[in-house]
Design a protein around this ligand. Sequence first.
Ligand code: FE2
Ligand code: FE2
Length: 265
Amino acid sequence: MLIAHITDLHLRTEGELAFSGRIDTAQRLASAVDYLNAFRPRPDLALVTGDLVDFGKPEEYANLRRVLGRLEIPAYLIPGNHDHRENLRTAYADHGYLPRSGFLHYVVEGHPVRLIGLDTLDQGKVGGLMCKDRLDWLDARLGEARDRPTLLFMHHPPYSTGMVRMDGYACVGGAEMGEVVRRHPQVERVVCGHLHRATVRRWCGTVISSSPATAPEVALNIHNAGIHGWVETPPYVGFYLWQDGGIVSHLAAVDDAKPVNPFQY
Ligand SMILES: [Fe+2]
Ligand SMILES: [Fe+2]
């Protein structure tokens, strides 16, 4: 099973640039979609982990449907802090895995790896939240299938990174979520967005990571020693390959689609 992952798309309305009017996030997403459509072997599906649009507006979701709709594999969406839960639900009413009310969390069955999407949106806040209701839901879902390898996907990372500004916008309830995960060793991996950077750590008996965005990256700044801002790196796509009883992950800059030179050996 090959799982693709894109995150932090930050789409505006059609024709509108993001990041202070400088970045065409729709074009960057389109590049990632083209890359995935051409990728072989074809991924089974794509996880899309929030900040789908920039202000949660219906017109932005219409633009998202226009661009992401060209993706030729199934896409599973969860919200980030830039999303609006009800506008997202309305725009994707045809995505049958999305609950018709309440949190936008769900289970994807029918694959070698069981997938659980989590909704960490705390509407109106930049940081995320795993409240008791959501923790209980996760605990119940994990309790249903203790023998199935499972991947969790969410927007806000429930761990700190040393990037002090971003850590201030992490996931309240992250430690409590960690206790739930620790009780369920079938969780092979947890994947996040929000940071606009690649990070990885051991966490509560599993491996947790974040993937860079299709939008620009956050400049690396550890312990407030560097600049706070954005850097215009290529759009990134993540992959999780279930192989030999484990998940191995890869990150690919969409620019990798243009090989410089083939191996000579
Ligand atoms: Fe973001
Ligand atoms: Fe975010």
